[in-house]
Design a protein around this ligand. Sequence first.
Ligand code: IMP
Ligand code: MG
Length: 187
Amino acid sequence: MQRDIERVLIDTDRIAARVAELGEAIARDLERDLAEHPEPGEPTILLIPVLTGSIVFVADLIRQLPLKIRLEVVGVSSYPGKSMESKGAALKSELPASIEGAHVLVVDDILDSGQTLDVLTRLIGERKPATLRTCVLLRKPGKASVDVKADYVGFDIPDEFVVGYGLDYDGFYRNYPAVATLRPEAR
Ligand code: IMP
Ligand code: MG
């Protein structure tokens, strides 16, 4: 794996520090939401990670949230196989049943064309969550073709294809611990 890596863009220390900051900001906002929308019964915070790219990020992020939360994953396909271009997004699984009235945070690895978050926020919005926010580890500024924004962004990165910390190329390199580019020979 290491020999396929060209350049580390964001090392593990920077990722960890930023994930802690994101966790603080998210927890602060959710605590305020809970205070502002008192509901009968127990209020639900529902994290919805997008498979598969967000798994490493969300595993670290939830351990920075000192809140009572639920977690339910969704599958969205956008970059099948070896393609590096977004071909539109499609939901590959059912949405969680418990969205209505919940404080929902969608977590994804990267905001690129914006198709994934656009599709998801529309569908989730129709289910009447109390609040709906989005969080991505990475964003490629200026790339989004649709008008979709993330509420929490870890890092803005140049328009380069990256792998690691959950992001893949053709299913590989998700376990590389940092965010890095691939050597041309590996693509
Ligand atoms: P969007 O729908 O175009 O915003 O893209 C979101 C999805 O595309 C992400 O969840 C990733 O799976 C994938 N993606 C976009 N850019 C990259 C990249 O640089 N490396 C790996 N996957 C990417
Ligand atoms: Mg993905």
